[in-house]
Design a protein around this ligand. Structure first.
Ligand code: KIV
Ligand code: ZN
Length: 513
């Protein structure tokens, strides 16, 4: 094996010829607390999953609502390449609901573990086998593909689990799915369970692993090594509790480390992850593998130096493989190489002395725990280059009055010096801060049209005289953006200073262009 080759040598493992990906973002993913997708969002996600090359899309659960049945019909009518699957309990009503939507792929399930038998279903082992078998026979009489899950299979007695799966094989099921419903497997037990089931069963085996211990992807990989021919996944790994095996992590690992050709266009993964994150409201942590904002970001001098010479030094895969982008972040670990690369990216040229000043300022801010955005860097560089004049906009005076009720509106009067000229105005707002910021916006209008994009306030110390730190991002009509920060005991003054700080930066950036 070459030192650099990530692929597991083919001689070390026997993999199934074809591994299929079954995506359940729209069903198990939607079961994540707080997530409810509209029909239109479901359609858009299904289309994106199909463009990616997913084999089966579990779109939802037809029996639960009219909306779910409407979604089923609309997604089915798209004529996608992927199989469109619906979930059903082993109940005639659930199966009829699925058939009414003209779905031709059913994922049906019943709990098999002692916990499910005794506390949830209150059914004997035999009753469960009978129910599962009759439901499958009924569905097969209607000519559809049936995938069967023994819910909580990983906490079910092995011999009984085999009895259940053999019975559903006899009843005509097409695929056996093994759900690790509460994510209790570890790689060793995943290997043992799937290898042993492979020895007992004839149908292809699929796995559906939850991520309660953070092992869903690892367990799915081991299951595939042990003969599983299909894995259930969700985009961003969303799902009940700790979620499910993540689509992007599993697919990329199978491609890169196992050399498996899944016919999946991995270059769409970042875009899909971002879309799902926006519509579900479940934000990915920056360090989320493959799709997190930091997945291809580098800050420390040593790493950035390596990456600029050859990105593979600190990247296992190229960001382009998953449609992501490399980012050189600036902060206290920033090295000279990273800073030079950033300045080149913005076409900012300076001599060595000026560069050292910018470098010291970036490091200084980093040491104070601040992260330096691209806008901050541009503003620092422009100031050092001497292109920036004295602050263009300065505060001369501010008075505010607050109040409540219909007759008294919070009002602010602001006096600014703008490019040497004094200007004053008053404005109202929902509170004194809003009123002051509105007044500033009006006053600078002749110079630049400012929009407040973000406003964050944090109390640094305790008590009524607490120091407040205000952080803002403003933008102008040319989409120049700049951050502004100020720390004061007075919240209104801190807000005004932060906004003026960012307005001055925008003016500097404009001037440098
Ligand atoms: O995790 C699980 O057991 C499930 C079932 C519906 C198969 O999602
Ligand atoms: Zn599940």
């Amino acid at each position: 094996m070459e030192i650099n080759d990530l692929k597991i040598p083919k001689s070390d493992i026997t993999l199934p010829k074809k591994v299929k990906i079954f995506d359940t973002t729209l069903r198990d993913g939607e079961q994540a607390p707080g997530v409810a997708l509209t029909t239109d969002e479901k359609i858009q996600i299904a289309q994106k999953l199909d463009n990616l090359g997913i084999n089966t899309i579990e779109y939802g659960f037809p029996a639960v609502s009219e909306g779910e049945r409407k979604s089923a019909k609309l997604i089915n009518d798209l004529g996608l390449n992927a199989n469109i699957c619906g979930l059903a309990r082993v109940l005639k009503n659930d199966i009829d609901a699925l058939l009414d939507c003209d779905l031709s792929y059913m994922h049906t399930f019943i709990g098999t573990s002692p916990l499910h038998r005794d506390f949830k279903l209150k059914m004997s082992k035999e009753e469960i086998v009978d129910k599962a078998s009759s439901a499958i026979e009924y569905a097969k009489d209607h000519g559809i593909t049936v995938e069967f899950s023994a819910e909580d299979s990983t906490r079910t007695e092995f011999d009984y689990l085999v009895d259940v799966y053999k019975a559903v094989e006899d009843a005509g099921a097409d695929l056996i799915n093994v759900p690790d419903t509460v994510g209790v497997l570890v790689p060793t037990t995943s290997r043992k369970l799937i290898s042993n089931l492979k020895n007992e069963l004839s149908l292809p085996i699929s796995v559906h692993f939850h991520n309660d211990f953070g092992l869903a992807v690892a367990n799915s990989l081991v299951a595939i090594e042990s003969g599983a021919e299909q894995a259930h996944v969700t985009v961003n790994g969303i799902g009940e509790r700790g979620g499910n095996a993540s689509l992007e992590e599993l697919v990329v690992t199978l491609k890169v480390a196992y050399g498996l050709d899944l016919d999946i266009d991995t270059t769409q993964l970042y875009n899909l992850s971002d879309f799902v994150s926006r519509v579900t409201g479940i934000k990915m942590p920056p360090n989320k593998p493959i799709v997190g904002e930091n997945a291809f970001a580098h800050e420390s001098g040593i790493h950035v130096h390596g990456v600029l010479e050859n990105a593979a030094t600190y990247e296992p895969i190229a960001p382009e493989l998953v449609g992501h982008t490399r980012k050189i972040a600036l902060g206290k670990h920033t090295g000279a190489n990273a800073l030079k690369a950033k300045l080149t990216e913005y076409d900012i040229k300076m001599d060595e002395e000026q560069f050292c000043t910018v470098y010291d300022q970036v490091k200084g801010l980093g040491d104070k725990g601040k992260s330096i955005t691209d806008a901050d860097l541009k503003a620092i560089a422009v100031t050092v280059l001497g292109k920036a004049k004295e602050e263009a906009v300065k505060l001369i005076g501010l008075s505010v009055s607050s109040g409540s009720g219909k007759t008294v509106s919070p009002t602010a009067t602001v006096k600014l010096m703008i490019n040497g000229e004094e200007k004053e105005t008053s404005s109202i707002g929902v509170g004194p801060v809003d009123a002051a910021l509105n007044a500033i916006q009006i006053l600078v209008k002749g110079t630049t049209n400012i929009q407040l994009e973000e406003y964050h306030i944090e109390a640094i110390t305790g008590g009524t005289d607490a120091l407040a730190e205000v952080f803002v991002i403003t933008s102008d009509e040319e989409d120049n953006k700049a951050t502004g920060r100020a720390t004061r005991e007075d919240v209104i003054m801190a807000s005004v200073d932060a906004v003026l700080n960012s307005i001055n930066k925008i003016l500097m950036i404009k001037e440098a262009k």
